[in-house]
Design a protein around this ligand. Structure first.
Ligand code: PNS
Length: 165
């Protein structure tokens, strides 16, 4: 196997996908020809259920990313390292917004390293304009009827309005 990284995963819960995620996917695509956005079944970071089902999160991500070539979107359950091996991805790319992200991401990268030392973890710095942005703040604003059209693609904005109307 060549050491060259040709296929990376951008994993996450994507509940829902935001412009911050799109920024990370675009950055990953600049450094690698094939990017798979891996949507985790996930119970959410705090063990509570997601707002959108796995199928809905995949469909929204596909719609949001449809114009970027070299990017596909797949659901996964189980361990990320197993999914990476299954699809032949050699690395995971994640975005870092602030020091608070760093501790969480370092822990995940360490765990993934323990599980599969061949799977590389690569971090890109989020664009400053998205430093404040997260799926959870988007869900919270939308749930109170706030305008999130600056934070998410139109398909996600419509899905949030439908969910919280
Ligand atoms: O969007 P998130 O919640 O930060 O994504 C976290 C995710 C889904 C990437 C992470 O929880 C994950 O990789 N889950 C799959 C289970 C797994 O492999 N766990 C061990 C490494 S943390």
């Amino acid at each position: 196997m060549s050491d060259q990284i040709t296929h990376v995963l951008v994993p996450g819960t994507f509940d829902p996908i935001t412009y911050g995620h799109l920024d990370v996917v675009r950055r990953a695509r600049r450094i690698c020809p094939h990017v798979t956005v891996a949507v985790a079944e996930s119970l959410g970071k705090n063990g509570v259920g997601t707002t959108f089902s796995l199928e809905e999160r995949v469909a929204l991500a596909r719609e949001a990313l449809k114009d970027i070539d070299g990017v596909d979107v797949l659901p996964f359950t189980g361990l990320l390292v197993d999914f990476a091996a299954q699809v032949g991805a050699q690395a995971v790319v994640k975005g870092l917004r602030a020091m608070t992200d760093f501790e969480y991401e370092l822990q995940q990268a360490d765990l993934n390293y323990r599980l599969d030392a061949d799977l590389e973890s690569i971090f890109v710095m989020s664009s400053p304009e998205y430093g404040y942005l997260s799926s959870s703040v988007v869900r919270q604003i939308a749930s109170f009827g706030g305008d999130v059209s600056d934070f998410v693609p139109p398909c996600v904005d419509a899905a949030l309005r439908a969910r919280f109307s």
